[in-house]
Each structure stands twice: as structure tokens, then as C-alpha cells.
Design a protein around this ligand. Sequence first.
Ligand code: ARG
Length: 467
Amino acid sequence: MSNKMWGGRFASAPDAIMEEINASIGFDYRFAAQDIRGSLAHVAMLAGAGIVTRENAEAISKGLEQVRAEIEAGTFTFSRALEDIHMNVESRLAEIIGPEAGRLHTARSRNDQVALDFKLWIRDTIDQLDGQLAELQTALAEKALAHAASIMPGFTHLQSAQPITLGHHLLAYVEMLGRDRGRFADSRRRLNECPLGSAALAGTSFPIDREQTARALGFDRPTANSLDSVSDRDFVLETLSAAAITAVHLSRFAEEIVLWATPQFGFARLSDSFTTGSSIMPQKRNPDAAELVRGKSGRVIGSLTGLLMVMKGLPLAYSKDMQEDKEGTFDAMQSLSLCIAAMTGMVRDMQPDLKRMKASAGAGYSTATDLADWLVKSLKLPFRRAHHVTGSIVKIASDRGVGLEKLKLEDLRSVEPMITEEVFSVLGVDKSVRSRTSYGGTAPANVTAQARRWLKTLAKQNAKKDA
Ligand code: ARG
């Protein structure tokens, strides 16, 4: 029996175990659309350069269209013996149009072909994720606008720090997601050079036109070094890094939702659509979706570190190790996409308990900084001194187990005799929040302006995409 793919030098079929470890069709079938797109551009170029005849190119293109239709219709039979998507497509093409199909692989190798397919796939995936991230930003910004003046505690060290608004908190995530989208966009910009025509590693002796294929496939230019082209997976690593950072952002927010949904915090309630019950404890409402978003971030980070490990010891150019670049990446991108969708759903679904948030905002002497600032502004104390005075006042209140606003003027004066009645006006959470008008601060007017700015930007981006 001669080997199905290699004929010539290979007299026998691969051992079953060899076939199993070697085959990638079980996962790279996902490249079918990209593979055919690349082949169509390649054969058009071959004809343009006079490397194959027009008739040849036409027959090959028609055959490829049929393969595409079969794959889309689900009637295509993928074969593990044919190893990967590239060989599966080409072999079916030969069944359809005969041995002339063999001309398609002129001036090309699976090494540049897989690099091309993966770049096209990553590009498509980045575009899809960007749209999803924009939608999540929109959901957050809308909620932020609605809650620009809703007061909640702000934390550092998860200890009550200063009162903030819920809108401000939500907009923090809009900013993070904006940077995430920027990272994906950077990665997309940098990867947008076409490796097709680098062939196995050294380029080709055929008079190919790499500018033409690059343009036809929406790339800015062809890659400049054939060796680099077939050994480069930076574009996957960069995209996975962007994905990992995004997943970490989603995980942090998910953790907050988990906290907020506890009876102890009681800041927010998720509807039945985003919670599950317990099979034993009838009172439970578990925020499973948030927990899974938190959990799945581990998979995304794992895929990044996994591929970094695969690449770190590889000599130039292509090595089969690089076939391990796909499964983790597919899993990471699919997980991230699901997490973004779940987050968007939870943001829209979440009902904040405004009373509870506000009541809790004053806990833990959260307006102590406002008292210190008042001492600086009204009594002209140096801030360090004001900090000290405030500390002593907080101690009196805490010894009595009351809030700052419950102290009597003479209690305050026992620490700093110059304090006047006016000080009580800054001790409430509303006043505190409204006073934070510095650029980027939590004052409701700021939050409203920032939420509007984002909604405008997002609407503009949306209109541009639709145009
Ligand atoms: N299935 C291979 C991969 O995913 C395609 C490239 C194979 N190239 C080769 N020289 N064996 O990496």
C-alpha cells in the first residue's frame, strides 16, 4: 500500500498511532473558510503571473467553490488520513476536477498556508470580539448613566474607603474594556502582513506576485522574510495576551458580582435568568454565570502560557510543535466570547439595591477624608495635621460605636477647638460624592458626562461599522 499523501518515498501507510498524533483535522477544520479564501487568491495570482493557465485557474476556483459549498452544507467528509484541513480540501478538489487540482499547490507550502489561515482566522475573531466588547461597554455605560448619582461604598483593600457612585464604578470597566479593544486592534494592525508565497521557508523560484495576494486578502503588504513568515506565531501570542488581560478584567468584575449578590453585601440581585438554585438548600441563589466567568479566565491565561511554552525552544523555521498552537487558542477565544456575552447579559439583568448600597456607603468612617479636607480648606491646617486630628476624632466615634455625623460639636472641639458647626455639612455621603469634581472623579456630574461621552463614541463606532 502506498501512502495516500506522500506517494513516492513513502511505501506504507502511517502507523495508527502516528496518524492519531499527527492529524490536526479534528480541530483545524475550523480553518475551512479561510483556507479556501487563501487558495482562491493564490490561484488567481498564479494565473495572473502566467504560472497556471486561465482555464486551469477557472476549473480550480470552481472546484474550490464547490468544496466550500459542501463544507457549509455539512456534506463534506473530513478524513483523518488526510491529516489536516489543507490536504482535505485539496484532495476533495482533485476528486472533483481531477489531477489538474495538483497545480494549486505550485509556489506554496502548507507552512505558509497554515500561517495565512491562522492570521485570517485571528483577524476574523478579533473583529467579532471587538463587536462583542463594544456591546458590553454600551450596556455598562447605559447603566452608568442611569446610576450616575447612585451612591455606593468605594473600597481599597476591600475595606470601606470613600463613597463613590455606582455609575463611576461601572465606568471603570468601560475604560478597561476600551484598553482591551485597543490591544486587540494593535495586534490586528501588526499581524496584517500576508505570509502567503513564503512557501516552505525560503520563498519560491516561481515569478509570483505577493503584493497581489496580500491585497486580495485584505492585508496591508506581504511579509518581508520568508523564514520569519512560516515560523512566526507572535500574532497568536499577542492576541492571546490581549484575551488573557480581557479575561482578567471580566474575572474581577465577576468576582464583584459574586460579592454583591451575597446576602451579606446585598448590593445587587441577579434574576432567575442568571442564577441557579441548590439541590439541597432551598434558599440559595447562586451566581453561577459570574463564577464561571471568573473560572474561565484560567483557561484563557492557560492557553497563552501553553503556547509561549510551545514556542520558546523552536529553531527556525516551521516545526510540527507549532500545530499545538490551535486548540488552546480556539478554546481561549470561544471561552472569552462566551464570557463577554454572559457579562453583557448580567450587566443588563442586574438590579442594584440602591438603599442598601447607600446605607453601606457611610460605614467604616468613609467620609473621614472629607473631614480632613474641610480642616485644610476651612481652618488652613496642613494636611498631615488634619489627618492626625481626623484620626483622633474617628477614634472617639469608634469608641462610642457611632458614625462621625453623630458626634457633638464639643466632641470635635475637644480635639481641635477651631472646628465650627459648618463641618457637619461635609460628613454626609451625598455631599462627599458631589464634592469629588476633579477630572476623573466620582461626582455625579462627572459620571454623567463620562457616560455620555462613551455612549457617543460607541454609537459612532457602531455607525462606522454598519456603513
Ligand atoms: N497541520 C499543520 C499545522 O497545523 C500544517 C502545516 C504542516 N506543515 C508541515 N510541514 N508538516 O501546523
